[in-house]
Design a protein around this ligand. Structure first.
Ligand code: PLP
Length: 378
């Protein structure tokens, strides 16, 4: 993001400030569509649930992946006033409830919308039959998450060997299973995870069709599309070419393909700007204290296993510094090896590519509120 613009925003709104550039969101969405023309993108709202982001993505044609009732309502309330087809189609087209485990109360509230929901076990079939009998189902399977930055396969996903039994069980309970979903792990730079998952999914489709489950027509390839945090991440174009070849090889045209990109859509659209509020030399190392940290916009360091290099607007020879957040907790450490020039109190620092899983899990810990959020180019 443009430096002068970031500094002007920090001056106008104060710090810490979290800037979301909607031009970048739109360009990420367009690149996704362009390179994966067969795939409808359901933005995973948990990556950053600002309603402004939902509206921008809706306007350019995105659908949404939600995983809680508040997320469902957030999307529903921000899009439903816009032109809709028949309600059931509209919801299935625009929202998937992609959490395999849902509380009874959530199912009760969801049922009126005839939602599309994921499941991965027998207990969930019983719950859905009882509390959300109008839901359509998508079976989440477990696939290799090798090398992903955030692993998900230990928490969710039916064993592929059990898949057809679970489809039959839902069918026997009077429910309709419409497809298969998986998640290869977040920030997946090992593209073979997708290839393996697609092969497993294709085998399950074939077996299900041969058993007469011909309502199975949706393939949900989940999230995991990597953001370009560093030069080791191979271009999205390359991943897309691999995926497109596998789609054509393994899935007949009757299979509708959807994906749930979270990080990919939003990571590069967010920039955090903070201010140096303290400075000390400890054990021969320069330490800067800034007014944003891991309980706030930098929360992804903890929850997302992510790194966000801290940069200064100021030029000059750099040294290796520690950068800490504002709270009393030593865990509130942004980096122990940041390359920064000599900074004064009041100088601004920033981190780029911090749009995903950052502000989303900011807290009020120690009395420090989350950074202000400023949306630009809406
Ligand atoms: C978190 C999540 C996503 C988004 O994952 P990214 O790696 O951010 O793309 C998609 N689908 C489900 C079910 C998730 O839990």
């Amino acid at each position: 993001m443009n430096h002068a613009k970031l500094k002007a925003i920090a001056r106008e709104y104060g710090t810490p400030v979290f800037v979301v550039d909607h031009d970048v969101i739109r360009s990420n969405y367009r690149a996704f569509k362009k390179h994966l023309p067969r795939v409808q993108a359901y933005y995973a709202v948990k990556a950053n649930s600002a309603p402004e982001i939902v509206r921008t993505l809706y306007k350019i044609g995105a659908s949404f992946d939600v995983a809680s009732m508040p997320e469902f309502k957030l999307v529903y309330d921000n899009i439903r006033h816009l032109p809709a087809k028949e309600r059931q189609d509209f919801i299935w087209d625009k929202i998937i409830y992609a959490h395999p485990i849902k509380a009874n109360q959530t199912l009760i509230e969801l049922d009126q919308y005839k939602p599309l929901v994921t499941y991965d076990n027998y207990e969930e079939i019983r719950k859905i039959r009882k509390y959300a009998p109008h839901a359509g189902l998508v079976l989440r399977i477990k696939v290799p998450n090798t090398g992903a930055m955030v692993e998900l396969s230990s928490k969710f996903g039916a064993d592929p060997g059990e898949a057809v039994k679970l489809i039959k069980a839902a069918h026997d309970a009077g429910l309709t299973v419409e497809g298969i979903s998986f998640h290869v792990g977040s920030q997946t730079t090992n593209f073979q995870n997708y290839v393996q998952a697609l092969q497993v999914a294709s085998g399950i489709f074939r077996e299900a069709w041969s058993r007469g489950f011909d309502k199975m027509i949706q393939l949900d390839i989940g999230g995991g599309f990597p953001a370009p945090y560093d030069e080791n991440v191979r271009p999205f174009k390359e991943l897309a070419a691999t995926l497109n070849a596998e789609f054509d090889r393994l899935f007949p045209k009757k299979v509708a393909i959807l994906a749930e990109p979270g990080r990919y859509m939003i990571a590069t659209a967010g920039t955090a700007v903070a201010e140096v509020i303290g400075k000390a030399d400890r054990d021969g190392k320069r330490c800067y204290y800034i007014n944003d940290g891991v309980y706030h916009t930098y929360s992804g360091i903890i929850f997302d296993h992510c790194k966000y290099p801290v940069k200064a607007f100021k030029k000059g020879p750099t040294q290796i510094c520690s950068v800490f957040g504002p709270t009393c907790d030593a865990l509130d450490t942004i980096g122990l090896a940041e390359q920064l020039p000599e900074l004064k109190l009041g100088d601004l620092v920033y981190s780029e590519n911090i749009g995903a899983y950052s502000a989303a899990s900011s807290t009020y810990f120690n009395g420090f509120p989350p950074a202000k959020v400023v949306h630009i180019n809406m």
